[in-house]
Design a protein around this ligand. Structure first.
Ligand code: S3P
Length: 448
């Protein structure tokens, strides 16, 4: 199991943020770009790839399975082995903190004639893997996982793939793009049609990129509004040139910082605003946030824009449960915005947040309470009473917030620190490296 030395960090009250910046590449798209490039026949090139630990873990795993991946200047080149061409890795694969790498690569291994053991850090080793084990086992893979005291299947686990696997028709029981993508990746090397029925739309980067690589994939909507995704297996993928847009989930922290620090005015360039990801921006606008999306364009099938944010007095709202999938990673930072807004914000339908890198409902409730925020923690959401623009402050001069190996908890409280009376400390900022290298410097650049 991997572990790192903790690194505390302090965040103090900040003056207005200003400037034009860009954020690192989209994490979800970066994982998929590497994986599909590794499965294409020949040389793909990727620019804008997120060089965070999670994506580098995917790259290392693909190298261990035979793909040649190298970086020169800004360009990542991947020499793909072709669908069906993955090789047996020599050792267990360390996925660090990355649930996306683990679940997507489990899908990949499931339909290849290789066996792989996945290990990870303390956070990843607590996350439920049953949701991918079930469909992949139905396709014929043999998966052995550690069983926890509360009967969850977790890492370490090993996948013995099968070739040919059995094509599956599967209705997603949880709204999860990781599960959907794991099955699609398994379907690539499976004869016949793999079909996924998706009752609740989740991020659709896998479908878009598979089309871009030349896979035979169709997406229809049935009479009940479910998406039916059909992929024809034993696919031949053609190498591509991919430009990864900035990550809206990373931009989210800067957007909220710009909205809640009086006098701020910032522009974040080149951010992905795929509607399956952009729910936070809609909610913040409903709360009164001055956010405009300019220079909209399409890059590699993904919509991209510049985001202009100005300080705004926010008002609390009831966040509808059905918007959750399009902002599933953004609730921690939304809770910070809600803590500063005028009035009450309610959220519901968020039980999935309890099985992310940490239990995000409980970690956010704990940390915000330390900052003096009045809130109620429900099973599936938080109800937050906003301060009406007043700086946050607990009883203590500088509370220490536990980041629990969770990058988004760390960055949310870093932003909260900028609107405290006298600052706060994070017990450990290292988790930020998984998705947003350079986060603290970028924030400080905007503040100076
Ligand atoms: C992701 C899907 C989401 C999200 C995660 C990235 C992906 O997870 O929370 O950060 O790239 O497919 P779930 O599939 O568990 O909802």
């Amino acid at each position: 199991m991997t572990s790192k030395t903790q690194q505390p960090a302090t965040f103090k009250p900040s003056g207005p943020l200003s400037g034009k910046i860009s954020v690192p590449g989209d994490k979800s798209i970066s994982h998929r770009a590497l994986i599909l490039s590794a499965l294409a026949v020949g040389k793909s090139q990727i620019t804008g790839l997120l060089e965070g630990e999670d994506v580098l873990a995917t790259a290392a795993a693909l190298r261990a399975m035979g793909a040649k991946i190298e970086k020169k200047g800004d360009v990542w080149t991947v020499h793909g082995v072709g669908v069906g061409g993955l090789m047996q890795p020599e050792n267990a694969i360390d996925m660090g903190n990355s649930g996306t790498s683990t679940r997507l690569l489990m899908g990949l291994v499931a339909s290849h004639g290789i066996s792989t053991t996945f290990i990870g850090d303390a956070s990843l080793s607590k996350r439920p893997m049953g949701r991918v084990i079930d469909p992949l086992s139905q396709m014929g893979a043999d998966i052995q996982a550690r069983e926890t005291a509360d009967h969850k299947a977790c890492l370490p686990l090993s996948v013995r793939g099968i070739c040919p696997a059995i094509p599956l028709e599967y209705r997603l029981p949880v709204a999860s793009a990781q599960v959907k993508s794991a099955i699609l990746l398994a379907g690539l090397n499976t004869p016949g049609i793999t079909r996924i029925i998706e009752p609740v739309l989740t991020r659709d980067h896998s479908e878009t990129m598979l089309k871009g690589f030349g896979a035979e994939i169709s997406v229809e909507t049935d009479a009940d509004g479910c998406r039916i995704i059909s992929l024809t297996g034993e696919a031949e993928l053609k190498p591509q040139k991919i430009k990864v847009p900035g990550d809206p989930s990373s931009a989210a922290f800067l957007v909220v910082a710009g909205l809640i620090i009086p006098g701020s005015d910032i522009i974040i360039e080149n951010v992905g605003i795929n509607p399956t990801r952009a729910g936070l921006f809609d909610i913040l606008q409903e709360m009164g946030g001055d956010i405009s999306l300019t220079k909209k364009r399409t890059v590699g099938g993904e919509t991209v824009a510049d985001i202009h944010v100005k300080y705004s007095a926010l008002t609390g709202i009831d966040v509808p449960a059905n918007i959750a999938p399009s902002m599933i990673d953004e609730f921690p930072i939304l809770f910070v915005a809600a803590a500063i807004a005028e009035g009450q914000t309610t959220t519901t339908g968020l039980s999935e947040l309890r099985v992310k890198e940490s239990d995000r409902l409980s970690q956010m409730a704990k940390g915000l309470s330390l900052l003096g925020v009045t809130l109620t923690e429900k099973d599936d959401g938080l109800i937050i009473e906003g301060s009406g623009g007043k700086p946050l402050s607990g009883g203590r001069a500088k509370p220490v917030i536990e980041t629990a190996l969770d990058h988004r908890i760390a960055m949310s409280f870093a932003v909260a620190g900028l609107v405290t009376k006298s600052g706060l400390a994070l017990d450990d900022i290292t988790p930020v490296e998984t998705s947003f290298p350079g986060f603290k410097n970028l924030l400080m650049t905007l503040a100076s």
